[in-house]
Design a protein around this ligand. Structure first.
Ligand code: NAX
Length: 328
């Protein structure tokens, strides 16, 4: 029998947490043969609701679930963690400037990064979901100098999945027939969903679509602004789809990408494709044996170049801002 994998989830009492925890406990994060132990990290006001969720998890009698700990102390929450899903964050409220937002999140992700540094298991893998996800990941990474930098990642898989679905709807081809799509840059309105290397049923996606106006004026903004459209329709932000993307991200990272396909992950740049080194930016990646690799050698056309550069510029500005605040 395998030793249980310790999975820490922050913001466990929130709406993404509620959609996420049951799927982790049922084996969908790591595999149907991998027992898990859950650590729920919340702020004091969230502890009671987290206990309620833990009661429901108990009531599912998941065969793979080997225990649940609930805490408001990051050192305890990340103790021995193999996988950390950093979901809890400070949302932007009315009248809040970007600097205030970054500072408030620095107050969360800096101590969490330090706790990961000091207490997590050697093989720790971190996914940041809480927004601004890329820059929050950068803050946590900077606070964890003893953890290999590449273990800190940010979620753009929801954007990736949204782009797959939009492309499927436009072309009438099932998502299972679409491969090699890429989200570049920041998980924000500047992100760039790239179909120029994607394949739809084996044919080049840009050629199948054959409509740059649709790409520029419909596809890209629909994907980039989907979060706002969900809030408008549902009266609450994306939760189940965000949880699903977090499951996909970690599952792919641990279990690998399919032969001939790739996925999108926010990862520390090594300078590939002109993205400034160290920025946590979304790239096309393949995964194997728990390690991801940037897909190299893609030809970036002018249409893509401008859009990738614009999103990377935004990431550089965010990095400058958190640097000025002393958060990295
Ligand atoms: P909720 O407000 O429902 O839940 C957040 C939870 O985090 C709350 O229970 C709160 O008590 C807890 N929390 C706050 N500070 C904490 C801390 N320091 N330690 C531990 N827990 C803490 O938000 P929810 O809808 O679950 O969204 C969570 C985050 O995901 C938000 O930042 C949101 O912007 C972000 N998202 C990111 C997406 C992505 O694609 N990267 C998409 C979905 C989502 O919008």
């Amino acid at each position: 029998t395998r030793t249980p994998v310790n999975v820490t989830v922050t913001g466990a009492a929130g709406q993404i947490g509620y959609a996420l925890l049951f799927r982790i406990a049922s084996g969908q994060l790591l595999g149907a043969d991998v027992p898990v132990r859950l650590r729920l990290l919340e702020i004091p006001q969230g502890l009671k609701a987290a206990e309620g969720t833990a009661m429901e998890l108990d009531d599912c009698a998941f065969p793979l679930l080997r225990g649940i700990d609930i805490t408001d102390d990051p050192d305890t929450g990340f103790d021995g963690a193999n996988v950390a899903l950093l979901v809890g964050a400070r949302p932007r409220t009315k009248g809040m400037e970007r600097g205030d937002l970054l500072e408030a999140n620095g107050g969360i992700f800096k101590p969490q990064g330090k706790a990961i540094n000091d207490h997590a298991a050697d093989d720790i893998k971190v996914l940041v979901v809480g927004n601004p996800a890329n820059t929050n990941a950068l803050i946590a990474q900077a606070a964890a100098p003893d953890v290999p930098g590449e273990r800190f990642t940010a979620m753009t898989r929801l954007d990736h999945n949204r782009a797959l679905s939009q492309l499927a709807a436009r072309t009438g081809v099932p998502v299972s027939e679409i491969r090699r799509l890429t989200i570049w840059g920041n998980h924000s309105a500047t992100q760039y969903p790239d179909v120029f290397h994607a394949e739809i049923a084996g044919k080049n996606a840009a050629e199948v679509v054959d409509d740059r106006t649709w790409l520029a004026d419909t596809f890209i903004p629909t994907v980039a602004k989907r979060g706002a459209a969900i809030i408008e329709a549902r009266g609450a932000s994306s939760a189940a789809s965000a949880a699903n993307a977090a499951i996909d991200h970690v599952h792919t990272w641990v279990n690998g990408t399919a032969e001939g396909d790739w996925t999108s992950m926010g990862i520390p740049s090594d300078g590939s494709y002109g993205v400034a080194e160290g920025l946590i930016s979304s790239f096309p990646v393949t995964c194997k044996d728990g390690v991801y690799k940037i897909v190299q050698g893609l030809d970036i056309n002018e249409f893509s170049r401008t859009r990738i550069d614009a999103s990377v510029k935004e990431l550089e500005e965010e990095r400058e801002a958190v640097r000025a605040l002393g958060l990295i």
